[in-house]
Design a protein. Structure first.
Length: 168
């Protein structure tokens, strides 16, 4: 009579390859040893990629006026009244892109999953990662110190980001 079972979630039911019981195991119990073979495919998590984005910080400064002037000047040059809506949209898009390229430019940005993560935090994360595998008392102390500092910085930055979002 079978007394022992293996419970598997419905989601992983197709991953079960084989299961069997070993009734002759030397255990002081009326239960049998039950073994299951599972085949899992884990998701490959990639690293953050560097992407080029418009440098929007420059738009908050004096470059905004230059961008608006460059875009307006280009739009005023080409004022055809007999063009279709799609052509107008294409011209507007190209004009805005050219104006942005000439005035504000692009900047290389690491793709960050959380909007409150700053460049300073990324540097601290890299430094903490260096100390993580150092198996000495000094290494553990330094890792713990960096981890606490990073946690405080992250909490402060997250709270500040939420304050700004709520103000907007």
């Amino acid at each position: 009579m079978q007394l022992d079972y293996i419970i598997v979630r419905q989601r992983y039911k197709t991953s079960v390859k084989n299961s069997c019981s070993y009734p002759g195991t030397d255990v002081d119990s009326d239960h049998n040893l039950v073994i299951m073979k599972v085949g899992l495919k884990l998701k490959n998590v990639g690293k953050a990629k560097l992407i080029l984005k418009w440098d929007r910080e420059k738009l908050k400064n004096k470059k905004r006026e230059q961008y608006v002037n460059a875009t307006n000047n280009e739009l005023v040059k080409n004022t055809d009244t007999e063009i279709t809506v799609n052509n107008r949209w294409g011209r507007l898009r190209n004009t805005m892109t050219k104006g942005a390229e000439s005035t504000i430019g692009k900047v290389k940005v690491k793709r960050i999953k959380k909007p409150w993560v700053t460049e300073e935090m990324l540097v601290k994360m890299d430094e903490r990662r260096k100390w993580k595998n150092v198996n000495t008392a000094e290494g553990r102390r330094k890792y713990r110190e960096l981890n606490n500092e990073l946690r405080r910085t992250t909490n402060r930055s997250r709270d500040q980001w939420w304050e700004e979002e709520c103000r907007e």
